[in-house]
Each structure stands twice: as structure tokens, then as C-alpha cells.
Design a protein around this ligand. Structure first.
Ligand SMILES: NC(=O)c1ccc[n+]([C@@H]2O[C@H](COP(=O)([O-])OP(=O)(O)OC[C@H]3O[C@@H](n4cnc5c(N)ncnc54)[C@H](O)[C@@H]3O)[C@@H](O)[C@H]2O)c1
Length: 449
């Protein structure tokens, strides 16, 4: 079996030495990079997906001290691209080089390097050395594949896919990226956050003994809604209101809660073998809310029997928490408060967040582009990005079906929920009924196997 559990445990353990301060497989194969030819040159960057995160990520990339220039932009929609361009040009940020260059002076995107539509990514990537992939996750496998094929250095946001077929595409491309020594950073930014790096090193050093249980949460009010507008095709509507459609978003267990689940995978140095759970839509009702649930409660089981209790909820007016806890045989870690406790609850160690915490969104760009500029190869985050994304998809399959879902079966299922083609007039797999409502998974009735 191509992606058997055994194979990825072996792969993970290869990276274990590098695990402490870096993503799961980073630095597994350090050395001279495909980017060596870029040393001394201006790094030309293409931004693919010019929304909120894309705007933040490009400003962060341009804020590094590296000689990097934005040369091309791609978005499905012209208005989103134009807004992003304006935001970057109006930004007052300066880079961290000795010259403190304003980031807008590092932009050189003429009108004919602004590309719009589903194929825009190909045109923009062709003009660049390095790419930033910040569309919604449904497109990531295709964009990552193309970037790897072209030999680009890559920053890509999480999640990296929304279904098992997409995960397999990312894993296959990740293998090629490693062979080509292309640096790949995935925006699971806790791996680039000082408190997490410090606490995780202590976990790996055995300070809390063996991790035998874990909990994680992403409970809050939820996110934006983009109501349907007259004249939109079904594809355009789903693209604009993308959070609520699984082929493009993956549900909030994948789109947001992946951050927390990934931290536990990092601590366990592996991935669950099965998941079981419950979930539904208690308040997220009505035609603006597509098909996703508003809560998922999942027990993820690791090979050694460790249970991760995971909760994510988007329900206004309920208690909020975004955090991860580990329970070990000798103590506990509370990541949000950055503390290590003994088993009686006494604080044994506290990371000083006030003086030592960093902005991990900036650090991931500082480290990546410095590595690329030096012609080195240090970052191979794609595989862990794919497996942590798959963990979240496993959870979704468990809550949607109400069944126990086995990792091996799910990741090799070939389940593909994407439309058969990406075009404004595409026949969408998920359609609203006469009242504008979409079919929603029903535990006990929804089946995968
Ligand atoms: N790491 C983090 O903490 C963090 C925070 C926010 C968002 N994100 C991730 O960043 C990604 C983008 O989220 P966002 O909040 O910026 O969403 P957004 O809607 O603000 O931006 C997405 C942009 O991608 C464009 N787009 C969609 N399909 C495209 C395609 N096929 N080709 C080109 N452009 C396309 C959209 O038009 C939009 O401009 C998501 O994967 C999200 O999970 C990560």
C-alpha cells in the first residue's frame, strides 16, 4: 500500500532529529537546494490567491530582509486581486534590511502580470522563482503540483487539500519536491512560534514522560458569510461563499481546527489510526450556510492507544477556547498559557510569553526566504501538512457518518469531492434545492464505505 501507516511512521522517524524546533519532516534531507541558482538574484515572487491571508503573507514576505520582489498576482476574481494590490501598495510596512525599504517599493506588478480566473495561477507562477499559495484549500493540490513541476520554492497555506484524493496528490508532489530539494513551508505557524517550539522540545526531551492523552479545541463564533447575489452561477456563488462548501473549504474542522490537531500529531510524532465522533448543525441553518456542520467532537486514536479529544464549534454565544493540552505520565503541557504542570497541577515551568513570544506568521517567512536566498534546503513541510490535513478529514468523515473511520481505509479511499471541472458554468456536484438549501450529512445515513 503506497501510503500505509508503516511507511509514514518510518518517514516521520527519519525526521525525528529535526523535530524539536521545526516541522515534522523539515530538515530531513538538508543540503544544497534547487534554489542555488537564485543566490544573489532578486527573488521574484508570485502570489496565488489574493484574499485576506494572501495579502498578509505577501506583506510578510516583502517585510523580510531578503531581496524579494512581487512580480505577478493571480486570483479567481479581479476585485479581490485589485483590493489586495491596493492594500500592499498602501501598506506602511518596511522590510528588516539595513535600508528599511518600504514593502510597496518591492512591488513590480504591471497590469499584464495580474492574472484572473481558474488558470491564472499557471501564468503567474511562470514569471516567478518563488510562490505563495493562499487560495482556499480545495485548489491547493493543483497549485502545489504545478509549483513543484516548475521547480518553485513554496510557501503554502494550510489546509493543503479537502479530500483524500487531494491528499494523495499533495503527497506525490511532496515527494518530488524533496527530490528536487524545493523548500516548502506550510502555514501551520505554531511550528514557527517560540512558545510551541520551546514546549515541544521539552516534550521531546521527556519532561512530561510519555504523552498518553491529549485535548484540543477551536471553539468560537464562526466566520464571515457571503450571501448569494443575482446573476451568480452556482460555481461563482460557491467560490465567493467558499467557507460553507466542503470541496473548497473542507468544513471548519479542516479549515481551522487543523492547527490544533496538528500540534498533537507533532507531539505524538505520528498520526491517528482511527477516529470516531459526533457532530451536526445546531444553529448553522439556512441557505447562506451551505453544507458544513457547526460542531464536531472527535476521539482520534493513535497506534499506541493515546486518545486525542478534539472539539471544534462555531456557535455564537458559547464559551470560546483555542488551545491544545497534553497529558503525559509525568506531567502536562498547556500550550495556550505556555506552561508545564506536574500531575498535581503545580506549575513546573512557564514560557515567558511577554518577552519571548514572536509573530510566527512573520517568522515562517523570515526563515523560508532567508534559506532560499542562501541557496539552502531546510524545509519540507508538505508531507506533514498533508497528513495533518488528512487527520482533520478523518475527523470530518467520522462526524458526518457517525461511524468509526480507519486511517488506512480513508486515505486510500480515492474519495474526491471536487467538481469535475473548474469553470464558471461547471455542473456543481452539490446543488441547492428549490428553497436554496443544500444537502447536509446525516450521521447514521451518510456512508463512505
Ligand atoms: N495560517 C493561518 O492562521 C491562516 C489564517 C487565515 C487563512 N488561512 C488560510 O489561507 C487560505 C485563504 O484564506 P483567506 O482567509 O485568505 O480567504 P479569502 O477568501 O480572503 O482569500 C482567498 C482568495 O483566493 C482566491 N481564489 C479562490 N480560488 C482561486 C483560484 N482557483 N485561483 C486563484 N485564486 C483563487 C479568492 O478569490 C480570494 O481572493 C485558506 O486556506 C485559509 O485556511 C490560514
Amino acid at each position: 500500500m503506497k501510503n500505509s501507516r508503516r511507511e509514514f511512521i518510518v518517514q516521520s522517524s527519519l525526521g525525528a532529529g529535526a523535530l524539536l524546533a521545526a516541522p515534522l519532516v523539515a530538515q530531513a534531507n538538508p543540503g544544497v537546494s534547487f534554489s542555488q541558482s537564485l543566490v544573489g538574484d532578486t527573488l521574484k515572487v508570485a502570489l496565488i490567491g489574493c484574499g485576506g491571508r494572501g495579502t498578509g503573507a505577501i506583506i510578510q514576505a516583502l517585510s523580510t530582509k531578503e531581496n524579494i520582489q512581487l512580480v505577478a498576482m493571480a486570483d479567481a476574481f479581479k476585485d479581490r486581486l485589485d483590493d489586495c494590490y491596493k492594500s500592499v501598495m498602501n501598506s506602511r510596512a518596511k522590510d528588516t534590511s539595513a535600508k528599511a525599504v518600504p514593502v510597496n517599493q518591492k512591488v513590480n506588478v504591471p497590469e499584464d502580470h495580474k492574472f484572473v480566473g481558474f488558470d491564472a495561477y499557471k501564468q503567474a507562477m511562470a514569471l516567478a522563482d518563488v510562490v505563495i499559495l493562499t487560495t482556499p484549500p480545495g485548489f491547493r493540490p493543483y497549485h502545489f503540483e504545478e509549483a513543484v513541476r516548475l521547480g518553485k520554492q513554496i510557501f503554502m497555506e494550510k489546509p493543503v487539500a479537502t479530500d483524500p484524493a487531494g491528499i494523495q496528490r499533495v503527497l506525490a508532489a511532496a515527494k518530488i519536491a524533496k527530490e528536487k530539494k524545493l523548500n516548502v513551508v506550510v502555514g501551520l505557524q505554531r511550528h514557527y512560534q517560540n512558545s510551541y517550539r520551546d514546549l515541544m522540545k521539552r516534550v521531546q526531551d521527556g519532561q512530561i514522560g510519555d504523552v498518553v492523552s491529549a485535548s484540543c479545541w477551536w471553539n468560537n463564533d464562526g466566520v464571515w458569510v457571503k450571501p448569494r447575489k443575482d446573476g451568480q452561477t452556482e460555481m461563482e456563488y460557491q467560490m465567493r461563499n467558499w467557507y460553507y462548501f466542503n470541496w473548497i473549504c473542507g468544513d471548519h474542522i479542516t479549515e481551522q481546527h487543523i492547527h490544533n490537531i496538528d500540534v498533537i500529531n507533532w507531539a505524538k510524532n505520528g498520526y491517528p489510526v482511527r477516529a470516531r465522533g459526533t457532530g451536526g448543525r445546531e444553529v448553522r441553518k439556512g441557505k447562506d450556510y451551505g453544507e458544513i456542520f457547526d460542531h464536531h467532537i472527535v476521539e482520534f486514536e493513535y497506534a499506541d492507544g493515546t486518545i486525542l479529544n478534539s472539539q471544534c464549534r462555531h456557535i455564537p454565544g458559547t464559551w470560546t477556547k483555542v488551545d491544545e493540552h497534553l497529558i503525559g505520565t509525568k506531567g502536562k503541557v498547556l500550550f495556550d498559557s505556555a506552561k508545564i504542570l506536574d500531575l498535581k497541577g503545580n506549575v513546573n515551568y512557564a514560557f515567558d510569553k511577554k518577552t519571548k513570544e514572536n509573530n510566527p506568521y512573520q517568522t515562517e517567512h523570515d526563515e523560508l526566504w532567508a534559506t532560499v536566498a542562501a541557496g539552502e534546503y531546510k524545509f519540507a513541510d508538505a508531507e506533514n501538512g498533508a497528513y495533518s490535513t488528512m487527520t482533520s478529514i478523518l475527523g470530518r468523515m467520522a462526524t458526518y457518518s457517525g461511524q468509526i473511520i480507519e486511517w488506512d481505509k480513508a486515505i486510500n479511499s480515492g474519495i474526491n469531492i471536487a467538481p469535475s471541472r473548474f469553470a464558471w458554468d461547471a455542473d456543481m456536484p452539490l446543488k441547492p434545492d428549490a428553497n436554496g438549501l443544500y444537502p447536509v450529512a446525516v450521521p447514521g445515513k451518510t456512508k463512505y464505505f
